[in-house]
Design a protein around this ligand. Structure first.
Ligand code: PRP
Length: 207
């Protein structure tokens, strides 16, 4: 029996779609239910940023989570497989019409991804003040809270509709299958069996 933590919403649905195709039976959370038990799996429906917590503590053997979250939280887990779903990028956004002079000494950048932001600017030897927000990041430059943002861009619609543009891309992201380190040791054959089936299903769906 494997316990798998899935992030609420589209990624959970797409992962369940892959699992349904592999095992030829329907995997679907009932509305508002947070646990789904099948013959071989228990699925947990959790908040995106909480997936790593369930996996790191061993409450879930496996989890599905964005590479952006794995990078941001510097997790002590096994990164098993890129599921090729939930593709997006992490990018720097600034106001349409702005050209930022990164050598300015007092640049403020708002983001919920504080570590990715700090590491990126440090790697460029650019000094910035990072302001932590929990959502609606695109608002920050519009009201003068920050000069720029670091955020997820999927379709680009949110930035566009708020008169922002991408200044630089930081990283590509997609949903990855991760494993708890002890589970990977103790349930290795079960995990690798699922890993291979998922790998095959992804290769088929890409054709
Ligand atoms: C993310 C991100 C952007 C938006 C980008 O937020 O923070 O606001 O999606 O998508 P787009 O390029 O397709 O417009 P999300 O909806 O995931 O909510 P969150 O605030 O919980 O991260």
């Amino acid at each position: 029996m494997l316990t798998i933590a899935l992030p609420k919403g589209r990624i959970a649905e797409e992962t369940m779609g892959l699992m349904s195709a592999i095992f030829e039976s329907e995997f679907k959370f009932e509305s508002r239910k947070l646990i789904l038990k099948t013959e071989n799996f228990t699925f947990l429906n959790v908040r995106n940023q909480d997936v790593p917590t369930y996996v790191e503590h061993g409450a879930a053997d496996l989890g599905v989570v964005g590479l952006d979250v794995i990078t941001e939280q510097e997790l002590d887990i096994v990164d098993l497989l890129d599921l090729q779903i939930g593709k997006c990028k992490v990018a720097i956004g600034i106001k349409e019409g702005d050209e930022l002079d990164w050598s300015r000494p007092d640049i403020k950048v708002a983001s919920k991804m504080v570590n990715i932001t700090k590491n990126y600017f440090a790697s460029k030897a650019v000094g910035v003040e990072v302001i932590k927000l929990y959502g609606s990041i695109e608002l920050a430059p519009l009201v003068g809270l920050a000069d720029a943002i670091v955020d997820i861009v999927e379709t680009g619609a949110t930035m566009r509709e708020n008169n922002l543009k991408v200044a630089e891309d930081i990283m590509e992201s997609s949903a990855h299958l991760i494993a708890n380190k002890n589970s990977f040791f103790e349930k290795k054959s079960e995990i690798l069996e699922l890993y291979k089936l998922l790998q095959k299903a992804i290769a088929t769906s890409e054709k």
